[in-house]
Design a binder for this molecule. Structure first.
Ligand code: SF4
Length: 353
């Protein structure tokens, strides 16, 4: 079964009717009934949610979104905040380049746009950290522009609906074109959010619930009984592992930290002093030559963390002594330091040893 051009109005109608009835209520979202009461979406709140949701799920992102909105109620407040505070609030969400871009973007909106986000997909695309998906989503959700919003959820739904045989990522263009054929020009904001919701709550990766899906009658994968075969994907490359060591050095009250270089992975975040991360396992004497002090270091344990393109294995050494120059972070206030998750894990190992 394939979707015929004459089915497109029905696909739009059924998806929007399902959304009116069953779409999610989210703190940054204006539901159709809210809009009928005159409420409008706040581009700042929607932008924040979209940037956070690029890397995580709604339940994980929501508390971060609430923290940001409570501390920085407007884009101006966020732009005025010290960058370190932004990184600290972001810590735990990962992908820290996004936090740096978030701050940069807020400053550009403040300085060049008088505190108001550009109101078109093309204008939004010029801002740092806003790629094609995010620009399309904000333009549709906040400004009612009839864009074509395609994220991983939407790729899954469309590839199942149309039984797209090409694997991802090469099939991205084809799927985007198919999605664009169905997108609603009349209710772009609701349509974009409806399709996201369908992917997140019904056409789920592992257990799609075709019995309640508004598109079940038109879905090629459901008709063939094989939704889980889609989207087709190219085989994944094996992820390399990198190795390194970090040093948990404390004087009993403070912990020695340092700031990572501004650019590159985890740029500007705090970390325990340590070695470079390399693809070959060094031996212990190599690791210890990078220690911030000559001490009787004890091996406290190992931590593993998975980044987008590699796994990291860190050996954690622990020592006590007078802290050399660097950032001396009170052990009782470590939450005020922008420590990425890999370092939070290493600090725990050092602390509990
Ligand atoms: S019918 Fe099933 S596989 Fe097809 S779009 Fe709906 S939930 Fe996904």
């Amino acid at each position: 079964m394939t979707t015929r051009p004459q089915d497109i109005p029905a696909l739009r109608r059924k998806l929007l009717a399902w959304y009116d009835e069953s779409g999610r209520t989210l703190p940054w979202r204006i539901r159709p009934e809210d809009r009928a009461r005159g409420m409008v979406a706040d581009p700042y709140a929607v932008w924040l949610s979209e940037i956070m949701l690029q890397q995580t799920t709604v339940p994980h992102a929501t508390p971060y979104w609430e923290k940001f909105l409570a501390e920085f109620p407007t884009v101006q407040d966020l732009a005025d905040a010290p960058r370190d505070r932004v990184l600290t609030l972001w810590a735990g969400l990962g992908y820290y380049a996004r936090a740096r871009n978030l701050h940069k973007c807020a400053q550009i909106v403040r300085d060049e746009f008088g505190g108001a986000f550009p109101d078109s997909e093309a204008g939004l695309l010029k801002l740092p950290g806003i790629g094609p998906y995010t620009a399309a989503a904000i333009a549709a959700i906040c400004f009612g522009e009839a864009t074509n919003v395609v994220d991983g959820n939407v790729e899954r739904v469309i590839s199942r609906l149309r039984a797209v045989q090409n694997p991802l990522p090469p099939a991205k263009k084809e799927i985007s074109a198919l999605a664009g054929q169905i997108a609603s020009p009349k209710r772009p904001s609701d349509y974009a959010q409806a399709l996201m919701d369908l992917g997140a709550t019904v056409c789920r990766p592992k257990n799609p619930d075709c019995s309640i899906c508004p598109w079940s009658k038109y879905c090629a994968a459901r008709a063939a009984g094989n939704p889980l075969d889609y989207p087709k994907k190219l085989p994944k490359k094996k992820m390399p592992t990198r190795y390194g060591a970090v040093f948990y050095l404390s004087d009993g009250e403070n912990l020695l930290l340092r700031r990572r270089p501004e650019t590159g992975l985890l740029g500007g975040m705090m970390e325990l002093p340590g070695t470079d991360w390399r693809e070959d396992k060094a031996d212990e004497s190599d690791w210890l030559s990078a220690a911030p002090l000559k001490l009787n270091w004890e091996k406290a344990g190992q931590v593993q963390h998975v980044f987008t393109h590699f796994k990291l294995r860190l050996t954690v050494y622990r020592g006590e002594g007078i802290l050399p120059k660097g950032v001396h972070a009170p052990l009782s206030d470590l939450k005020d330091y922008a420590l990425p998750t890999a370092m939070v894990k290493a600090v725990k190992v050092g602390r509990n040893f």
